[in-house]
Design a protein around this ligand. Structure first.
Ligand SMILES: Nc1ncnc2c1ncn2[C@@H]1O[C@H](COP(=O)(O)OP(=O)(O)OP(=O)(O)O)[C@@H](O)[C@H]1O
Ligand SMILES: [Mg+2]
Length: 267
């Protein structure tokens, strides 16, 4: 399957970095995959903070400036190889070289996950061009969804596959747009639904991905399900689910369809 996966949005703060860190660690820890996680939010590179990397010596900025090899910037954390960014880099670097630089290590990994910037310029393009396929991270409100539409358009214009929408920070469905309407407007499936809760804040405080900090949280469970689809492994069901099976939720059906699209009928 395609293995370079970009997380994009055009609205900031929707959860791209939190989700990228959790998905990468879930793929590694639960499914034993070799994962590279890259911070491509060059102007606000927060990924290191989620992965317990503070003040890295060399970063993606150095790689894109041609100063060091990508393999020399890797920090191993929570089973994941992480390439962090620098808050303070003020030299010149070429964001559009990301795809080229990743080529040098692509064969060493099962997955490369790129955490993007929301800026509609070369920053987001850097991720779009370097990715085989993309997830759009969105919250279920009109302003953010309008931006998400634009993100989908940018990806499609570049001929990239959009696997679906990860809906995050769901608060009060009475005042938010429902899943069916989102799918119709976006013309994309919702493949994960994550509620707003304080786990993200706590995990970030402890500088751990949520999949590591609190495996039982709704956040971690939803990411685990997505990681099962990507790695084509069976979802582990809870005793409760086995004893009291309920109708499949729409996002679960969408995940099964995604699994088929990525891995074929055998799934
Ligand atoms: N489901 C959630 N519930 C509550 N808080 C969340 C959730 N997901 C993310 N957050 C919090 O929202 C904030 C922004 O998240 P994050 O940095 O992942 O967004 P982002 O899309 O990467 O932002 P940027 O575009 O600035 O890079 C963080 O404080 C994070 O802990
Ligand atoms: Mg971010």
């Amino acid at each position: 399957m395609s293995k370079v996966i970009g997380m994009i949005s055009i609205k900031g703060g929707v959860g791209k970095t939190t989700i990228s860190a959790s998905l990468a660690s879930a793929l590694s820890i639960i499914h034993d995959k070799k994962v590279l996680l890259v911070d491509a939010n060059y102007s606000a590179p927060n990924l290191g903070l989620h992965m317990d990397i503070v003040e890295p010596e060399s970063t993606i900025h150095d790689v894109l400036a041609g100063r060091v090899r990508l393999s020399d910037t890797i920090h191993s954390r929570f089973g994941v190889d992480v390439v962090p960014g620098s808050y303070f880099y003020n030299g010149k670097f070429n964001m559009l070289k990301l795809k080229d630089r990743l080529k040098t290590v692509k064969r060493d990994y099962d997955f490369i996950i790129i955490d993007s910037s929301p800026n509609v310029n070369d920053e987001i393009l850097s991720t779009v061009l370097a990715s085989d396929g993309l997830f759009i991270v969105s919250t279920p409100d009109y302003p953010t969804l309008s931006c998400s539409l634009r993100a989908a358009k940018i990806a499609k214009q570049r001929g990239k596959k959009v696997y679906g929408i990860i809906l995050n920070k769901i608060k009060n469905p009475r005042y938010e747009i429902n899943l069916q309407d989102i799918e119709v407007v976006m013309d994309l499936p919702v493949v994960a639904r994550i509620p707003e809760d304080s786990t993200g804040l706590k995990a970030l405080f402890h500088r751990k991905p949520i999949s590591v900090y609190n495996k039982r949280s709704r956040f971690a469970k939803e990411i685990r399900k997505l990681s099962s689809v990507l790695s084509d492994k069976k979802e582990r069901k809870s005793v409760w689910d086995v004893l009291f099976p309920s109708d499949l939720r729409r996002e679960e059906v969408n995940r099964q369809l995604l699994r088929k699209a990525l891995h074929g009928e055998k799934a």
